[in-house]
Design a protein around this ligand. Sequence first.
Ligand code: SF4
Length: 452
Amino acid sequence: MEKGFESLKQKIGQFSLKDKVLLIPEMNHIGSHLMAGVFRGFGIKAKVMNTYHGLALGKEFTSGKECFPCQVTLGDILYYMQKEKEKLGPDFDVGRYVYFMPEAEGPCRFGMYNKFHRMVLDTFQDLQHIKIAALTSKDSYTIGELLEKEHAKNFRRSAYYSVIVGDVLDRVLWRIRPYEKNEGEATDYMEKAMHKMADLFEQYAFEKNFKKIREHLKEIIMGAKEIMDPSIPRKPLIGIVGEIYLRSHLASNQHIIEMLEKLGAEVVNASIAEWVNYTTYERIREAKRDLISYWRVRDFPSMKALIKKMINFKIDLTYQYLRQRQLYKFAQRYLDIKDDHNIAHLDRILQKYHIYDFEVGTEACLSISGAIEYATGGYNGVVNVFPFTCMPSTITSSIVRPLMNNLKVPYIDSVYDGSFQPVREATLRTFMYQAYQHFERNGGRGSHLTHM
Ligand code: SF4
């Protein structure tokens, strides 16, 4: 067995996934399933693990100092392995599996999840040989060695498309559910739509046949509209920002969107594409900074290599924005879902308000500017959802709370660590009462937001 750093070096990284089962932890419910569909389209046996059933295991093998998403995802892999062993008995072969755990660089602990998981997995005799496939924000989540080189570009583009389709499907669900004719119908409908869409990605991702995906998306949206009762008046609109895992992972945030909806809200959560676009945007900014340093020392070969890299990231970002705009426009022909924002626009918001800076980095850049965007864009309240002790979200809270106070927009932090919070419902109820007052004071949400 490789010890310590050797294990980290040898069993975390980019390995060929040929003939392996790729285990994907669920973050965003719809997005994870679509991503698995894309992997399958490229010949990888990818599977989304059932989530949150292993929380007790995740807590047992952590000290309590780790971020909550680290505990949840650790629990997911340990639980999955436990169940596979029980199911397969002597046929269980840990070498068949690869566990997917990307990372982000920067001051955040997300960069350490897969290392920590590695250390825990290494303490189990029969789990030492499971490898961890890691993509990193350092190169904007390039697929690297996980697939054959010739498929890398198409994979990246199809994977991005699955992210934005997942975002759109989420927005459709949040748009229709508060107005559904029969309780539970919207969620059931979108669950089936998600599985069908994952199959379509499996079928069409390899050839990048996005036209087929859009055709089906249109059918889904048209069907979704039928679920709505047009006689229900529009409700106060709540925007969610925060730490990406917690705000997206339904069980970890104790289904906060549904809870707010039950209390009379229509909710929009920040998207997943926001993070992907942000990492690409950051790589361009970083390259610009490095370019200046190389210029100062007249290091021309490094400058040349960097310019090439920068152009590639620019092409990626332009492609991402283009695809995103096209898809949202397409979906908005059939249902008035909310647009997603452009990262350069968020950057400008922070510069305008002089309260934070992209130079400092982390998700706080997105959450602070996103909250301002909601507050100035007609939303009736903002919720910051994050794990207990999360560093960027705590920064966000300290900056956004007084700002929302000045803007007179209701704001609340919703913090999670897996424990039951007896006052949570009462707190959210109070928040929604304030949101209603804001809604009333501002004469509802204006004519541009009426049913289509
Ligand atoms: S964003 Fe928060 S929860 Fe995520 S790794 Fe950083 S500190 Fe932990």
